[in-house]
Design a protein around this ligand. Structure first.
Ligand code: TGC
Ligand code: FAD
Length: 392
């Protein structure tokens, strides 16, 4: 892969909207990605392997629990810093951002928000330092967009719960130490349970042959009469709103992350367009290529402003789920379109691992599907503005 010469576009001086702390956090993450992710990521993606050696670095830049309070090992940052970290990591690779998203928003967040003090103290510091890696089990083979239909269940056996069922498409599953699993009790109410690797009857087979998110490990969670200690139930929230609340945090991070992937594709295509000579001049001098670049920077700028504003609303505790949903949908589609356009601008070179564009494009095919598909997010906006539910 070519050396990482990334220069971040900032067409509307969005940097002026950031505090010194935001910029310090962002720049530290950017430097770390250049040093530790860019040189190795292509090789790991080609091998379909998660680079486990970067876990410690992810913890050091605050990517595990950016907004979790310091007393639990988190970085205690605000929502914009959290977003900027996700942007920089996904500039490197969506699969690496996935690992950070799952750890922070889907494992640490529910333990922090829905867990008790003992659970917080037991798990959060280890997750923040990367000593433990977590995963989040919501999706099932027959219940993806419609997680409320889940059939994974647990029974109260007096001194423990007995968990049965299966989850699929679970990021980090193959090597996770702990899983936050959503299951129904005997009354059909959804609760979160912390399941630990090593519990009898719990297995995590890896999902192979993915063309997308190859540097992120995906797998199943299989529960065959797993005895879960009663103290592992997250006691403070139940119902579908509990896992969906975690998704709000993760979707917000993805809205920022997608900008990172788009920036990398744009920056690569812009540089290439000035260097690649055809018909006696740089291809960037042709109107058709300029149209692509002009549209890319316009869309990135719009996404930056949308996401920054959403970050302010999140900091004020005012962002709605539907607002987050809009940003996730818009920014991921924007990034995927830019990846496709940028790939074309590199001609044949665009399909090779010499440049990051094809990897981003393939990764974004997962990002546009997980955390709610593009269509589900359109329906969430449709429901929000009309008050009419078109899901069912
Ligand atoms: P519905 O009846 O609308 O809602 C049930 C309850 O949940 C509440 N709620 C939310 N709460 C918090 N945040 C949200 N975003 C919420 N959306 C809804 C709602 O108020 C209600 O509460 P209550 O108290 O009235 O019971 O539920 P529904 O069954 O009609 O479904 C709605 C729908 C389709 C929007 C929802 O199921 C959905 O979002 N589906 C998409 C599924 C999804 O996103 N799955 C993601 C799995 S995790 C993942 O992909 C991780 S990838 C990570 C990585 O690698 O980076
Ligand atoms: P389906 O729900 O079967 O959808 C198929 C198609 O039908 C989609 O186009 C969808 O938009 C459309 N559709 C569905 N319902 C409607 C409707 N009402 N109206 C109109 N169209 C509709 N899940 C986890 O729990 N944890 C994870 O860590 C995790 N990581 C993932 C990692 C990867 C790489 C991938 C690909 C997925 C991951 N997922 C994870 C699962 C992901 O959230 C689901 O794939 C996603 O929610 C969609 O579910 P599905 O694949 O079953 O598609």
């Amino acid at each position: 892969m070519k050396p990482d010469l990334f220069e971040a576009p900032d067409y509307y001086n969005v940097d002026e909207l950031l505090t010194e702390e935001h910029k310090l956090v962002r720049d530290a993450a950017r430097e770390w990605v250049k040093r530790e992710v860019s040189p190795i990521i292509e090789e790991y993606a080609q091998r379909a392997e998660f680079p486990k050696q970067i876990v410690k670095g992810l913890a050091e830049i605050g990517a595990f629990g950016p907004y979790i309070p310091v007393e639990y090992g988190g970085a205690g940052l605000d929502q914009i810093s959290y977003g900027l970290i996700m942007q920089e990591i996904e500039r490197g690779d969506s699969g690496v951002r996935s690992t950070a998203s799952v750890q922070s928003s889907l494992v640490m967040y529910p333990i922090w928000k829905y867990g008790n003090e003992e659970q917080r103290k037991k798990y959060l510091p280890k997750l923040a330092s990367g000593e433990y890696i977590g995963c989040f089990g919501l999706t099932e083979p027959d219940y993806g967009s419609n997680p409320g239909g889940m059939v994974t269940n647990f029974k109260d056996m007096g001194d423990h719960y007995l968990l049965n069922g299966a989850k699929m498409w679970i990021s980090n599953a193959p090597f996770a130490d702990v899983a936050v699993v959503w299951a129904k009790n005997e009354e059909g109410r959804i609760w979160g349970l912390i399941v630990e690797r090593g519990m009898e009857g719990f297995s995590t087979p890896e999902t192979h042959n993915k063309w997308s998110l190859r540097a992120s490990a995906t797998g199943e969670l299989i529960f065959d009469n797993v005895k879960v200690p009663k103290e592992n139930l997250l006691p403070n929230k139940s119902g579908l709103g509990a896992p969906l609340g975690c998704l709000d945090s993760a979707r917000y991070g993805i809205a920022w992350g997608a900008i990172g992937a788009a920036m990398d594709c744009y920056d690569t295509a812009l540089r290439y367009s000035k260097e690649r000579i055809q018909f006696g001049k740089p291809i960037g001098g042709f109107q058709l290529q300029q149209k692509k670049l002009a549209e890319m920077i316009t869309e990135i700028t719009k996404a930056q402003l949308l996401t920054w504003r959403l970050g302010v609303l999140r900091n004020e505790g005012k962002a709605t789920s539907a607002q987050i949903s809009m940003a996730k949908r818009n920014n991921v589609e924007m990034a995927l379109n830019i990846a496709h356009q940028a790939r074309q601008m590199l001609g044949g070179m665009g399909i090779t691992g010499e440049y990051p564009i094809m990897r981003h494009a393939m990764n974004l095919e997962s990002v546009i599907t997980y955390e709610g598909t593009h269509d589900i997010h359109l329906l969430i906006t449709g429901f929000d503005i009309t008050g009419l539910n078109a899901f069912k």
